[in-house]
Design a binder for this molecule. Structure first.
Ligand SMILES: [Zn+2]
Ligand SMILES: [Zn+2]
Length: 898
């Protein structure tokens, strides 16, 4: 359906779609813009154009139409108190990380707070009616405009005014009446200044009329009346009509302050502090002139650089004024805006990364740093975070809790960026032509090179206007769900016994049986879900190998046969397997909360898997875990096990559960049903979960982390075991440790023994040498040292190859022997690891044909290696341990010639 078609249809019947009581009471006239023909309502007789085409457009800059001035915080107090005194409940903002919708990463509007998707239908759940909410909303499509246009933000506070027309709520008349009074009475704008423009809204199969309200060309809000469903030829009134009035708090503050930009009044004293730090000469007359032109030109040109060029021309700015005033101001505005968005997003548990929603956060931090570098701005990011949280405290006191966590994450991320700069420089230096938008996207996607960095490096002068919107489209999350191919139509929901008495043996009726699948009227077999693996066991004597849920019908997969429809079969669940999985599952909850309390508030369950003998939990965290962190997480988890805490399960209405426990309950993802099953481990952990859990944490006995690994940017995997598997794991681990330490002990003992032997030898060596050389003639054996003493004047030979002797011994003995007996040749052979080594000494008078070097060479050859040295001393060796005797014989033959 085309919005234009709806609008033209509705505009033909303004009495029905647009005329509210207020218009009649106050004498509003319906007019058509002389330029664009759009219809609008005003009490100003002289007005001839719609707000977009009037001369007074943005004339509030430098000349606010209110007597009172309200900054951002004060503006909310005004709005809140107005709606409260008119019967509204003021609701706290919802997280900006939209965990209750799987089609959105971030909360983009206040109405999203109350939308829950069930199947293909969106249902509304209001905690009060009517209500008002200061909803921080994140939008990344207009990033290029932020800081430049004076009114675009990456996050803004949407004043959400919502009502369901029933006995408590109201419909169009009261809504428009309230909005009119808010602007005129509470904010003091002259009645003549407010203009309501006719418009329409459509989305998700429903549509309705809407009235945008403007003051001095600035759109303050838009009251949408979601009223119909169907198409234009055939539509009917919705059962659940909704008023969705969204207004920009930033704009309410801006119109009362009349500052050159909305950035000047929406960050409290922070903007002016930063400007002061840089010493920019802020000529307010010049800024009023320039930003009024920017605002007017914005609607006229599609390309932002055209808007800027024309504004500069119309405002008559010199190049120097642009460089010295406008450009640095734009940088400052961008920096404060982006930091505020990062604070909200990180506080609510999002992490900068290269995937999903984290993507935009990384981009924004890199823009902040690049902008500071490009403009040589030396702001302290931590100081800016502190200043923002201090300023936001009145409206958003919850940010205080995560103040330090936000700083931690931003510091880590900023360091990462600094560290990647060298690599980025290299990539940029290889660019040989001006990159296209697609090049820019590729450069960022694959190399992390931001266009702001390229601007900083002067590779490009402007960031193409389509870059951010293209990028943001690329990273829209649209989960595709697999379609059921099985024909289970007409079957009733399976009665889930595992949520009731959970019998491990039960009888059930076979409702359907096809191929290897069977559907029963009731089952105690847990169907795969929430990362928990299915139960095994038998149905009618056949093994159950898989169990899955299709809608509310449980499908069992059997092995080895089929059973007859209509039969009653007996079923047995493998209770050992179930118990082990259950312990691992409950341990997942414990480890998740333990990780959050050890690491930081940004830790959320990313995904989980629980099998019988092992499990894993993936958490969101910026870095790999250190050994110290792992120990702390494990210890905390086991202290919860030791305390034997009670695990309780309660069912709540979803809205009640969210209000009572907050959105942390959605660790395992969104819950697509109205009733939420809340699993609490006393006050340690509370999650919405459909799995099986122990009754007391003590049943788990032990949780043991076996391995951790950073599996993607911002996600760390914790592999673990629990229960008897963990006990066995540690037992085995202890055995391994004991063995290792025994081996170490043996080695130490051996070393000690060697030391003793060495000492002993040192003392005995002179006697030994004496004994060896004094065996006058013949073959002797002294301490397992074989000695051949021949006739005087002929060479003598001595060898040793007992294992108790080492290098030190052979060298000491050989040296002393040839000193004492110059006709002596000594050959020592010993094992050194997997090698055999030989040490040879030849006495001075032995002769040139019996050089130690030659003997070592020959001996080594026998041993399968190589060796050599001088006439007096040589060494060598080989690997063949079976040749030790042969080697000695070889040496002996060479010396004695036998
Ligand atoms: Zn117009
Ligand atoms: Zn659970």
């Amino acid at each position: 359906m085309d919005k234009k078609e709806i609008l033209s249809k509705f505009s033909t019947d303004p009495e029905r779609y647009y005329k509210v009581k207020l218009f009649e009471n106050e004498g509003f006239m319906r007019k058509s813009c002389t330029t664009c023909k759009r219809f609008y309502w005003t009490i100003d007789e002289n007005r001839v154009n719609c707000p977009d085409h009037s001369d007074d457009t943005y004339s509030f800059i430098g000349n606010p139409p209110t007597k009172k001035r309200f900054d951002y915080t004060q503006a909310w107090k005004e709005v809140e108190s107005f709606f409260q005194k008119n019967g509204h409940t003021s609701v706290s903002r919802y997280p900006v990380v939209c965990r209750w919708r799987d089609d959105l990463y971030f909360t983009i509007a206040s109405i999203v707070d109350f939308q829950r998707v069930m199947g293909s239908k969106v249902v509304f759940e209001f905690p009060a009616n009517p209500l008002v909410v200061p909803q921080t909303s994140l939008r990344f499509k207009d990033l290029e405009n932020v800081g430049v246009t004076g009114r675009h933000f990456s996050s803004f506070c949407m004043i959400g005014q919502h009502s369901i027309p029933n006995s408590q709520g109201y419909w169009k008349d009261e809504c428009v009446n309230l909005d009119y009074r808010l602007v005129t009475e509470q904010f003091g704008v002259d009645k003549k200044e407010i203009v309501f423009v006719e418009d329409v809204w459509e989305g998700g199969g429903s549509f309705g009329s809407s009235l945008e309200f403007f003051v001095k060309g600035l759109e303050l809000g838009n009251a949408v009346f979601t009223e119909f469903q169907g198409d234009l030829t055939n539509y009917r009134t919705l059962d659940q009509q909704i008023i969705d009035m969204g207004a920009g708090l930033e704009r309410f503050a801006w119109i009362t302050m009349g500052t050159p930009t909305a950035y000047d009044c929406c960050f409290g004293p922070i903007t002016s502090n930063l400007i002061e730090q840089t010493g920019i000469d802020t000529n307010s007359e010049l800024l009023v002139r320039y930003f009024t032109e920017i605002a007017k030109n914005f609607e006229r040109f599609n390309d932002l650089s055209e808007v800027r060029k024309n504004a500069i021309k119309s405002a008559g700015l010199s190049n120097e004024q642009i460089d010295k005033i406008i450009t640095p101001l734009e940088g400052i505005y961008l920096i404060i805006d982006h930091i505020r968005t990062l604070i909200f997003a990180i506080s609510d548990g999002a992490l900068p990364s290269n995937v999903g929603g984290g993507y935009n956060l990384r981009m924004m931090l890199r823009r902040i740093i690049s902008t500071m570098d490009r403009l040589s701005l030396k702001f302290d990011i931590n100081d800016m975070i502190d200043a923002q949280i201090d300023y936001l405290n009145d409206t958003y006191p919850e940010l205080e809790e995560t103040r330090e966590d936000v700083k931690t994450i931003i510091t880590i991320e900023a360091d990462r960026y600094e560290n990647s700069k060298f690599r980025m420089q290299k990539i940029v230096s290889k660019l040989n032509q001006k990159p296209t938008v697609d090049d820019l996207i590729r450069l960022y996607e694959s190399d992390g090179v931001t266009p702001d960095y390229l601007k900083e490096m002067k590779v490009i002068s402007d960031i193409p206007s389509t870059f951010y919107s293209k990028l943001s489209e690329l990273h829209q999350s649209k989960k595709q769900k697999a379609q059921d191919q099985l024909s289970l139509e007409g079957l009733p929901e399976t009665e889930l016994l595992y949520y009731a008495d959970d019998p491990k043996e039960f009888d059930a009726k076979v409702l359907k049986s096809f191929n290897q699948y069977v559907v029963l009227d009731r089952t105690s077999f847990y169907a795969r879900g929430g990362g928990q693996e299915p139960d095994h066991g038998t149905i009618g004597g056949f093994d159950v190998v898989d169990v899955n849920k299709h809608g509310n019908i449980v499908l069992h997969e059997l092995k080895g046969g089929a059973i007859k429809e209509g039969d009653t079969v007996s079923c047995i669940v493998d209770s050992q397997r179930r118990d082990d999985i259950t312990k691992n599952h409950t341990s997942t909850h414990i480890l998740n909360s333990s990780s959050r309390s050890v690491l930081g508030s940004w830790v959320w369950q990313h995904s989980a898997f629980k099998e019988e003998d092992h499990a894993r939990l993936d958490i969101t965290h910026h870095s790999a875990l250190t050994d110290d962190e792992i120990v702390k997480i494990e210890n905390l988890a086991n202290s919860v096990v030791d305390k034997n805490m009670s695990v309780t399960i309660e069912n709540f209405d979803r809205g009640t559960a969210e209000q009572k426990y907050g959105f942390k309950i959605y660790q395992g993802g969104i819950v697509p049903v109205k009733s939420v099953r809340i699993v609490s481990i006393e006050d340690f952990d509370t999650e919405a979960c459909g799995g099986t859990h122990v009754k007391k944490t003590g049943e788990i006995k032990l949780v043991k982390i076996t391995r951790t690994k950073r599996i993607q940017d911002g996600v760390v995997r914790i592999e673990f075991v629990s229960g008897d598997t963990a006990l066995n794991y540690t037992k085995q681990h202890d055995v391994d440790l004991a063995r290792e330490s025994a081996e170490l002990k043996d080695k130490a003992k051996l070393k000690e023994k060697r030391q003793e032997q060495k000492q002993e030898l040192r003392e005995r060596l002179p006697i030994l040498v004496e004994n060896i050389t004094e065996c006058k003639i013949g073959t002797n054996n002294v301490d397992e040292i074989v000695v051949d003493i021949t006739e005087p004047g002929k060479p003598n030979f001595c060898s040793a190859m007992n294992d108790q002797y080492d290098e030190f011994f052979h060298i000491s003995l050989g040296e002393r022997l040839i000193e004492k007996d110059p006709l002596m040749v000594y050959c020592g052979i010993f094992e050194d690891g997997d090698r055999i080594r030989a040490i040879i000494y030849s006495g001075e008078q032995v002769g040139k044909d019996k050089k130690a070097g030659d003997i070592a060479k020959a001996v080594s050859e026998v041993l399968g290696g190589a060796g050599g040295g001088t006439q007096r001393f040589a060494q060598g060796g080989g690997k063949d341990k079976s040749k030790k005797n042969d080697a000695i014989e070889k040496a002996k033959t060479m010396v004695l010639g036998v």
